[in-house]
Design a protein around this ligand. Structure first.
Ligand code: GRF
Length: 188
């Protein structure tokens, strides 16, 4: 059995999709949600889905507290699904090539510190891009710089708003993220 922990800072729609995708799996267990945001929508989703959730603060995240919690729960893979903090070196070191992130743009474009959520979609529109998309990548200690595992794109029209870009991206995220995670877990 592979145990997964999912980190989210916001709504958690990707986290819920992942739970749904693996709910009948004999080999993958979504064991724990974690969030840095006590107001996050993912907390309500965890309650409804009956998944344990741990709210933590920056001090806990930077210390060994969260790494220890993941080890105590025998976590094999760490999934970042809309998690906004940089992953500290100790967590990267504890899960080498076992931390996966999804970014709502075609990295390396529109990535890096501060490029999340609406900031990404606004930049895509401001740059008059004719396409955008999603990137699923392994995580190292730099924002959005790990090895790219998967990308999918969609057209952006001149009439599109940042909200349109976000909506098109979320459709692709929900369609691909769980399946790519499954591929990664199965291969490695
Ligand atoms: C997604 O757009 C993802 O690409 C980005 O954060 C958002 C999370 O959305 N990293 P949700 O909380 O899973 O609904």
């Amino acid at each position: 059995m592979k145990n997964l922990a999912i980190f989210a800072s916001g709504s958690g729609s990707n986290a819920e999709r992942i739970v749904e995708y693996f709910q009948n799996s004999a080999t993958v267990n979504i064991k724990l949600f974690l969030t840095n945001n006590p107001e996050a929508g993912v907390i309500e989703r965890a309650k409804r889905l009956e998944i344990s959730i741990r709210v933590f603060d920056r001090q806990e995240f930077k210390s060994e507290t969260i790494v220890d919690l993941l080890k105590e729960n025998e976590i094999d893979w760490v999934i970042l699904a809309g998690f906004l903090w940089l992953i500290p070196k100790n967590l990267v070191a504890a899960f080498p090539n076992k931390i996966v992130n999804i970014h709502p743009a075609l990295l390396p474009k529109f990535g890096g510190k501060g490029m999340y959520g609406h900031f990404v979609h606004e930049a895509v529109i401001a740059n008059k891009e004719t396409e955008s998309g999603i990137t699923i990548h392994l995580v190292n200690e730099h924002y959005d710089e790990g090895a790219i595992i998967f990308q999918a794109s969609f057209p952006v029209s001149s009439e599109d708003t940042p909200e349109d870009v976000a909506r098109k991206g979320q459709v692709l995220e929900h369609e691909h993220f769980p399946r790519i995670i499954e591929q990664l877990i199965t291969v490695k």
